[in-house]
Design a protein around this ligand. Structure first.
Ligand code: 9PG
Length: 541
């Protein structure tokens, strides 16, 4: 049906299967719903699919090129919509009205997408019909109303206070081993972390979730040592990914996600291998996931960071013909119930399908010691590249999720070595952790000066008063922090750069180039660590 309705001072024409007033807006339903606005909006709120996907307000004239190389695209955006020329986002979109209000249009079901075409906002479900919510108001108010409706559909996390986490990733990467971690545990001493979380680097293979040779005493022993310090033990896994060299891949080819033609669906390249995904509609996969989570609990871990979860929701032809995000959510529900009361942080996760089933979601890209790696971010249009600017941009634009789930902005650095950003930028990320109400760090205690250690301690113990001043400005304990620089988008490419983009993008669009690049990055990390451990520097971690 087509109907005219009044929203604030605007007359909209709606095409939908049903329209009914709800809360301060309207509940609509249909597999394709069209909202025709009486004005051409000047900006659009684009909500990315998973933790690392670009999420921000964009000027309407922004032309987003697909990220390159293509082989890595499913690690950054929803591949189904990667080539859409129009501004588009997952589940929810919003536009600014001429009178400065915000019109939000958001799905209340999964496998849904919102795009802007001129003065029309178009919502569509991938299969079947579903519900939508439309409302007008201040940006705060409309997202608040939408989030309340999401609670009704998907539930809400028990919002007890968020744990303060030490995570092994951002200085050591995969160069962790048992003895390094035990030394760190000693050196953390009285720093008030609630969780010590072991990240990537402990496992035999992605898919074979057993400790490798760097962890000779096993995971249970390490968890016990962490717990003996009065903290919870945390562990990282990417349970929906499988690399070809794993025995899981070799033993269960029928558990892997495939496309219509029976070809394996590629979930990117990492760990020097192509990534494949588990098909969570398969009952044996669900059983395997349940057993894996039981094992992690039996080892003694009470905090679990599950990463690269987008893999489970990629488009494909599933064992049981279940829509992709629904299948993902079934997998996550199995995981949630097997984990019992362990704290679950999801990462690289499709956002709305994870609501109600996890305790925290990483809402931005990875932090790094760089402000922004422009070659990748700008030239390749990969706004998921680790870096402060990309991380902050997403995080600030997803804080509306706070009433639903703990929102993880990623770690904060306190040490000064190898840091390529200014003290002001450092203060921005520290305060973003306060604003997000989730505090984590990866700093090696022995790399901190006494002052830095004290700063970290103050950060972990303080509960500053937070006040939102305007869209991207916050007052933290009376001091103003302006984040508007962080959300700015890269300048459009000139002709030469466009040419470079396509040459480099094509050149690196193969497994070999990506493996080579990763090997280079890994060797740089090893070099840095080696120099930090050289005689004259503190030999212990
Ligand atoms: C472990 C890491 C850490 C980190 C996670 C995730 O798009 N990418 O290339 C990309 C690679 C790694 C990555 C995120 C994005 O990091 O966010 O905290 O756990 O995995 O491998």
């Amino acid at each position: 049906m087509e109907e005219n309705l009044t929203l604030g001072q605007y007359q909209l024409t709606i095409t939908a299967e049903s329209i009914a007033p709800d809360k301060d807006g309207f509940k609509l339903s249909g597999s394709k719903v069209i909202i025709e606005l009486p004005f051409l909006p000047d900006s659009f709120y684009l909500h990315g699919w998973q933790s690392w996907s670009l999420t921000t307000w964009l000027e309407i004239k922004t032309k987003l090129k697909p990220s390159l190389p293509e082989i890595q695209r499913s690690r950054t955006v929803d591949p189904l919509y990667a080539l859409d020329q129009n501004l588009n986002g997952s589940w929810v979109g919003a536009v600014r009205t001429p009178d400065g209000n915000t019109i939000l249009f958001g799905a209340l079901g999964l496998e849904s997408h919102v795009r802007l075409e001129g003065n029309q906002i178009i919502g569509s479900y991938e299969s079947g019909r579903g519900d939508w919510f439309l409302c007008i108001g201040s940006e705060e108010a409309v997202f608040q109303e939408y989030s309340e409706l999401l609670v009704d559909r998907f539930g809400r996390t028990k919002l007890i206070s968020s744990p303060r986490v030490w995570c092994s990733w951002y200085n050591l990467f995969t160069e962790i081993d048992e003895s390094i971690l035990l030394k760190i545990l000693d050196n953390l001493d009285d720093l008030p972390f609630d969780v010590i979380q072991i990240d990537d680097g402990w496992q035999k293979k992605v898919g074979d979730w057993e400790p490798n040779e760097k962890f000779p005493s096993g995971m249970q022993s390490l968890a016990e040592k962490i717990k003996a310090t009065g903290r919870k033990a945390g562990l990282w896994l990417a349970p929906l990914l499988v690399v070809p060299s794993s025995s899981l891949f070799q033993n269960h080819p029928d558990w892997l996600l495939r496309d219509d033609k029976g070809k394996l669906v590629v979930a990117g390249v990492n760990w020097l291998e192509i990534l494949y995904a588990l098909d969570t509609s398969h009952p044996q996969v669900l059983e395997w996931l349940r057993n894996l989570m039981h094992k992690v609990r039996e080892w003694g871990f009470e905090y679990v960071k599950l990463d690269f979860l987008y893999a489970g929701a990629l488009p494909g032809k599933r064992h049981i013909n279940t829509p992709r995000e629904t299948a993902f959510r079934q997998g996550l529900a199995e995981i949630r119930s097997a984990l019992g009361d362990a704290y679950l942080l999801t990462c690289g996760a499709p956002i709305i399908p994870a609501i109600g089933l996890c305790d925290a979601i990483r809402i931005g890209t990875d932090i790094s010691e760089n402000w922004n790696l422009n070659l990748e971010s700008r030239l390749m249009n990969n706004l998921s590249v680790p870096g402060i600017q990309n991380a902050i941009r997403n995080t600030l634009n997803r804080l509306w999720l706070k009433p639903l789930v703990h929102t993880d902005p990623d770690v904060v650095f306190f040490h000064a070595s190898n840091i390529n950003f200014t003290p002001e930028q450092k203060a921005l990320i520290q305060n973003l952790a306060h604003i997000s109400d989730f505090k984590a760090s990866s700093d090696l205690p022995n790399w901190l000066t006494e002052t830095e250690r004290q700063d970290l301690k103050t950060f972990l113990t303080s509960k500053p008063e937070i006040q939102k001043i305007d869209q991207y400005t916050y007052k933290v304990d009376g001091k103003i922090y302006d984040y508007s620089n962080c959300v700015s988008m890269p300048q459009p490419l000139n002709l030469v750069e466009r040419l470079l983009r396509s040459i480099i993008g094509n050149l690196v669009n193969n497994v070999f180039a990506n493996v080579l690049f990763e090997k280079f990055v890994n060797s740089q990390i090893k070099k840095t660590l080696k120099s930090r451990l050289a005689p004259g520097n503190d030999p212990s971690f």
